[in-house]
Design a protein around this ligand. Structure first.
Ligand code: ADP
Ligand code: MG
Length: 283
């Protein structure tokens, strides 16, 4: 384990095993009413070492969310293996999902849809502290307040009693991130965590994810269609086009020397608009 961490250039305090995605494909049999089988992910392989931060970048429909769903055991691959330590995620059983989700948490694109409108912020963050960590109600509540502070929702006493509709999109995403941290996960899969947010809030949320990842030694799979935002938060990136990895490497290197024509197009699409929005670069 120590050797693997050293080889990956990560710190010795990184937690958890490597995530191994090995020749994974997914073909949806029923493609929204169509009769033809539709390949959403085609023969994708990569690894996330403990403590590493990997970006998965591609245009809409390139298969990013399908990969994310397979990694958290919500969809099954048509072919290939997904391993997380002893867990064979490609054929995980329902009763093993709980132990996977204690260790691998997800942050979704839509912070509106991810929160139950009837649940207070405190309830949302306290519940996984009870369920996953087995804390008493009082200890879980105290921990929930610590987590709210960690994601910048201060004063926590004020935010704790609020319902989702009383929060901004950025604040809701902070609640979702606090909930994801509750089980002390080793890996977070963040699927376009800022793309539905107001442009002014994006840099703050990305910076928060980057800080939390470093201070808590969490590995990250950061999914985005915005190649430039990957620069803020990832060390390595994979570029996905129509379900296939067309380019991969160190984030800085790929951004400076994209080799695939699709990567160049993705980069062109975001650099043009980034020039007009100062909030989108590294804060
Ligand atoms: P992305 O997240 O990169 O936008 P997705 O993984 O959501 O891409 O989708 C990849 C492809 O798979 C798209 O063509 C999409 O229409 C298709 N797809 C996604 N989910 C389903 C589903 N449940 N059933 C059928 N086709 C799907
Ligand atoms: Mg998606």
């Amino acid at each position: 384990m120590g050797d693997a961490r050293a080889a990956a250039g990560t710190t010795g305090t990184a937690r958890g095993p490597s995530l191994i995605v090995d020749h994974v494909s997914k073909t949806y049999l029923a493609h929204r009413g169509a009769r033809v089988a539709h390949p959403a992910v085609v023969d994708v392989s990569f690894e996330i070492a403990p403590g590493a931060s990997v970006g998965l970048v591609g245009a809409s429909g390139s298969g990013k969310s399908t990969l994310a769903k397979m990694i958290i055991g919500a969809e099954r691959p048509t072919a290939g293996r997904i391993r997380y330590g002893d867990l064979a995620i490609e054929r995980i059983r329902r009763r093993e999902l709980r132990s996977l989700h204690r260790r691998v948490q997800m942050v979704f694109q839509d912070p509106y849809g991810a929160l139950n409108p009837m649940h207070t912020v405190e309830y949302v963050v306290t519940r996984p502290c009870v369920n996953f960590l087995g804390l008493s109600r009082a200890a879980a509540t105290a921990r929930a307040h610590e987590l709210l502070e960690a994601v910048g929702l201060v004063p926590t006493a004020q935010f704790a009693k609020k319902l989702p509709h009383q929060l901004s999109g950025g604040q809701r995403q902070r609640v979702v991130i606090a909930r994801a941290l509750a089980s002390e996960p080793e890996l977070i899969v963040a699927d376009e965590p800022v793309s539905m947010l107001d442009v002014s809030m994006r840099a703050g949320i990305l910076k928060l994810l980057a800080t939390l990842r470093e201070t808590r030694n969490i590995s990250l799979l950061y999914i985005t269609h915005d190649l430039l935002s990957a620069r803020v938060i990832t060390d390595q990136i994979l570029v996905l086009n129509e379900g296939q990895v067309v380019e991969r490497g160190e984030t800085k290197h790929v951004l400076q020397h994209p080799t695939h024509e699709y990567t160049v197009r993705l980069l062109d699409a975001v650099t043009t608009s980034a020039l007009r929005r100062p909030g989108s670069g590294p804060a």
